[in-house]
Design a protein around this ligand. Structure first.
Ligand code: IMP
Length: 180
């Protein structure tokens, strides 16, 4: 185990089984329809790649990158788009793929932004949910795991740009992100 990690919350095999289950539901729901998957850089990349490989309907893939102003481990609700989608959303079935919903501010921002582009439909797939931290109500259509209020890293999730490569989802030692 990485020395900065306190414990493993979700191991590789548990994550893989959940991703397959989510992809099966998505594939059934979009049966005979085309899907546009929108992954959110960078935290959602590994989840998005694994999910995509298990989805069986025709789909395209695009990415957005956003950053939120403020402290590294907190969401402020003020966002900047660093990379926008290449193509139009008009009339398309869009599935937004995010790593984690915490306060809900990022997801609310993204949903409002994408809805302005008039997709035929917009749904959200999120691997992790920290319900105890929610500040705004935002609907998630496909959810992987509900997790406790702990700062997690690995499987794409970072702290200060590190730990994304860990294959498990791990609870980071609090002294790492509190700086004590
Ligand atoms: P929200 O706007 O508070 O819902 O936060 C969503 C974003 O905060 C995610 O896309 C992550 O980038 C980041 N985030 C929230 N909690 C964690 C965590 O436990 N580990 C890593 N990143 C997190």
């Amino acid at each position: 185990m990485h020395p900065d990690v306190a414990s493993v919350l979700l191991d590789e095999a548990t994550i893989a089984a959940k991703v397959r289950e989510m992809a099966a539901r998505i594939s059934a729901d979009y049966r005979a329809q085309d899907l546009m998957v929108v992954g959110i850089l960078k935290g959602g990349t590994i989840f998005c790649a694994d999910l995509l490989r298990c989805i069986t309907v025709n789909c395209t893939l695009d990415f957005m990158a956003i950053s939120s102003y403020g402290a590294a481990s907190k969401s402020t609700g003020v966002h900047r788009i660093n990379l926008d989608l290449e193509g139009p959303l008009l009339g398309r079935n869009v599935l937004l793929v995010e790593d984690i919903v915490d306060t809900g501010l990022t997801l609310r921002f993204l949903k409002e932004y994408l809805m302005q582009r008039n997709p035929a439909s917009l749904r959200v797939a999120v691997l992790l949910d920290k319900p105890s931290r929610r500040q705004v109500d935002v609907q998630v259509d496909y959810k992987g795991f509900e997790i406790p209020d702990e700062f997690v890293v690995g499987y794409g999730l970072d702290f200060a740009s590190k730990y994304r490569n860990l294959p498990d989802i791990c609870i980071l030692k609090s002294e790492i992100y509190s700086g004590k």
